[in-house]
Write a protein that binds this ligand. Structure first.
Ligand SMILES: [Mg+2]
Length: 119
């Protein structure tokens, strides 16, 4: 079993043992995922990029950020499970698409959207 599948099996088991599947409609999971991402943003709110760079070196913030990233992973795994999406396969497909959209020789060191290069 891949590490991703193993993590997914663990969150599904965690959820099943608590009878929470009834609350995990994909719509609710998508909302919860968005909320968790907002919690990551909250950690950096009103800070400059330099302050954030310094803060993420501090153990207390690193702990909080790690917990929020874990929350997002938890929900992402459940949303993929409920939607019957193979995350590994979806990720591989997306990375391939990004490789096509953002060829290194054209985009290295640039941040424009892919549509700026594609004409
Ligand atoms: Mg959270």
């Amino acid at each position: 079993m891949s590490e991703l599948k193993e993590l997914q099996a663990r969150v599904v088991e965690f959820r099943e043992r608590r009878d929470w599947a009834q609350f995990h409609h994909p719509k609710e999971l998508a909302s919860a995922l968005s909320i968790e991402v907002a919690e990551i943003m909250e950690l950096f709110r009103f800070k400059t990029a330099e302050e954030v760079q310094r803060l993420i070196q501090e153990p207390s913030l690193k702990n909080e950020l790690g917990a929020e990233l874990a929350d997002t992973l938890f929900l992402l795994l459940l949303l993929a499970f409920e939607s019957e999406i193979d995350l590994r396969s979806a990720f591989d497909k997306k990375l391939l698409l990004l490789e096509e959209r953002y060829p290194v020789e054209k985009v290295r060191g640039r941040s424009d959207k892919w549509t700026e290069y594609s004409s």
